[in-house]
Design a protein around this ligand. Sequence first.
Ligand code: HEM
Length: 502
Amino acid sequence: MIFKRIAVGIQKKSIIQLSWTRHLSEENIKPFDAIPGLTALPIIGIMHHFIPFFGTIGPKNNFFDMFEVLYRKYGSVVKMEGMLAKGTMVMFFEPDHYDKIYRAEEMPAPYRSGFQALEYYREELRKDRFNGVYGLTTAQGKKWRDFRTKVNPALLKPKIVKLYAPGLEEIADDLVARLWSIREDPAALSKEFETEITKWSLESVALVCLGKRIGCLQDNLSDDHPAKKLMHCSKTVPDLSFKLEFAPKFINMRNSSWFKELMKIFDTQWEVSEMYIEQAKKAINERGHGIPEEDQSILEKLLAIDEKVAVMMANEMLFAGIDTVSYAVTGLLYNLAVNKVAQDKLRQEIHAQAGSKYLKACVKESLRLLPVLSANLRQTTKEHIVAGYQIPAGTFAIAPNEYLSKLEKYYPQAREFIPERWLVDKEDPLYYGNAHPMVTLPFGFGVRSCIGRRIAELEIEILVKKLLDKVEVQWTGPPLKVVIKVINNFKKPYHFKFVEAK
Ligand code: HEM
């Protein structure tokens, strides 16, 4: 009896305590509106914050600089109204905060919107063409998961991706020869470097996806060559998308000239890639099936699973696999050029044919300092309570990874290129594992991370091995600067110099 009374007493007490705690914590939860940050005005959106001298933020060259000001001014949770399809963004400067959201959003499918114009193009303007199969960049929910499940094995298994190494080596040889041939004319090298590296990345991704070379690295590529059109699309889309996303509210209309131009570019991108895909399909059918796996393109592997998915994936590879890789490799060559000790160490590994450990560390370190995307993004599908704030469904939750990756609190000598941090063991203060695992995410996070990661890494490793084997890369100008686009871009001109390696 006594025990029963005590038990009831404990129960009552804990119920009182529970409801008291809940009451307290509910009282402590701050509404979404309480998050500090930039508010939008009815017509001009957030533009006024970026006006020189008067704006809260002022003009900024890139996202990194913008994140720095926002963090210093507002703290670790910052709201920005009226960007990204004019929705509300919240930037979380504590990795634990976005970690909580990103993990909770993994199931049933992470929602990553942000390509509103492309969504409109596929789901409305050219609805009949796409017929419900939207591709990884724009599909959401079950459609995205079904698509991703079908393509994951062909694109992400290292063993399968490595089958393309011999073809990628040939392409890398061609690029090295072309760069070498213009090395003595600094003006030509500076002018042509970006075009040549873009041709290489398109030629490489085309080989993997279509199973054949498309001739980007031939001499005198004419302006109306289909490959040139694809390169133009991959450069112009981020440009126009950026203008549309950041434009004042009244400009972001479907009848604006930027929007119309973007739709035309999507048409060109589709028509050219469809032409290549059709040619590749014809060649596959003429050659017959049942050939060894190492001779099959990704397209061929996927055609055996689902034709629509195969075509759409090939189309996305011929778009997402061009400027991303050329930017990453340019950043890496720059970092190696201005860090001669690291470059020499890497060349020793290459000359000794001693594997790729140091090379892989260099790639990671370069993507930490010069990532292709300066932030990651998820759109919430449910309510979250983070950092004491209510975060409603439909919020763009931003992880400012580039900014965080350069903070001393995560990486000692954070602004320096030190590939060794990815190789040393736990006891070393440089050890990369001391940083929160969500700080540096160059290929994104979880089940929705970059599907082209393995391909990109292989392409980059092969090219850097081929180039540094023969060439010492130098940089003769001021530090390379990142300029703002949807994906990062470098300010031109480039100041590379190539001399014979010892
Ligand atoms: C160094 C080069 C590259 C970098 C740094 C990079 C980075 C990224 C990042 C950060 C994302 C977003 C992931 C997320 O939201 O969690 C992404 C997505 C994606 N990337 Fe890449 N990427 C690269 C190369 C490529 C290549 C070569 C391809 C194609 C072969 C590709 C195709 C895609 C696609 C289709 C998505 C959307 C995935 C999905 O939503 O399921 N990327 N990439």
